[in-house]
Ligand binder design. Structure first.
Ligand SMILES: C[S@@+](CC[C@H](N)C(=O)[O-])C[C@H]1O[C@@H](n2cnc3c(N)ncnc32)[C@H](O)[C@@H]1O
Length: 232
């Protein structure tokens, strides 16, 4: 096999793994199993496919801090929900953020994130489709969720828990792949949460660059001061 053939084969394998990950029906066991096998080649695969989600969400966090938050970046507490191997953490560190926590369903992906040493604490085996019982309410200035609101992964209702762990007047930054947003009525969930006073949409970058195959929407939500999310 020549070098060009090798590169094509690697690209096709990466595309197949990305596609396969979208067919896991949100099943926690299948997702954890799948990512256990993907952890070692994930960064290379998504890099080959031009994945820029982590850069965009980190830069949105930078803009939010500059525009709205009183504290310096070094003092802004950020939760990276579904942190995977830590690609978002690396981008946040580049921009001067230091107080980073992360969690992921997959212990193997979380282990990779831990090894980057950019996080204070990374927890594995945390399911965003259920209550985040290890996380206190109103803790984080910014909660980020990148590449997780995607087909076969996490349901839009997870936004409620992300809002609960974010402090009043804090922000949630999330990507939604276009196909996911359409298939899951993500915007209906946003409207429900907005009507319930759980969050407010502060900004949405529509159809931004994300990965070669498809774009994503990038959302910035603010948690209102009188957040009515249940105490945890
Ligand atoms: C496409 S990766 C994105 C990882 C990272 N945020 C990034 O941008 O590179 C999706 C991640 O979501 C995690 N995940 C999938 N379902 C989850 C769930 N129910 N709860 C928490 N994490 C989940 C996977 O283990 C995987 O690490």
């Amino acid at each position: 096999m020549n070098t060009l053939d090798q590169r094509t084969a690697l690209e096709q394998a990466a595309q197949k793994r990305i596609k396969d990950s979208h067919a896991l029906d949100g099943d926690v066991g299948r997702l954890a199993h799948f990512y256990r096998g993907w952890a070692s080649s994930y960064d290379l695969d998504v890099g080959r496919e031009g994945y820029c989600g982590p850069t965009v969400v980190a830069e949105l966090a930078g803009a939010v801090q500059t525009a709205y938050l009183a504290n310096d970046r070094a003092a802004i507490a950020i939760l990276d929900a579904g942190c995977g191997t830590g690609l978002v953490g690396a981008q946040l560190k580049r921009l001067g953020f230091q107080l980073l926590d992360g969690f992921d369903l997959s212990e193997e992906m979380a282990g990779k994130a831990r090894k980057t040493r950019v996080y204070r604490h990374v927890q594995g085996d945390v399911d965003l489709n259920g209550p985040l019982s290890d996380y206190c309410s109103a803790t984080y200035d910014i909660t980020i969720c990148c590449g997780v609101f995607t087909l076969g992964h996490v349901r839009p209702v997870a936004l409620r828990e992300l809002a609960r762990v974010t402090r009043p007047n804090g922000f949630i930054i999330a990507s939604t792949r276009k196909s996911y947003a359409e298939a899951t009525s993500f915007e209906d969930e946003v409207r429900r949460l907005q009507d319930a006073g759980v969050l407010v949409t502060a900004q949405c970058l529509n159809d931004g660059k994300y990965i070669a195959e498809e774009g994503a929407h990038y959302w910035v939500f603010q948690v209102p001061h009188r957040a009515s999310a249940p105490a945890g």
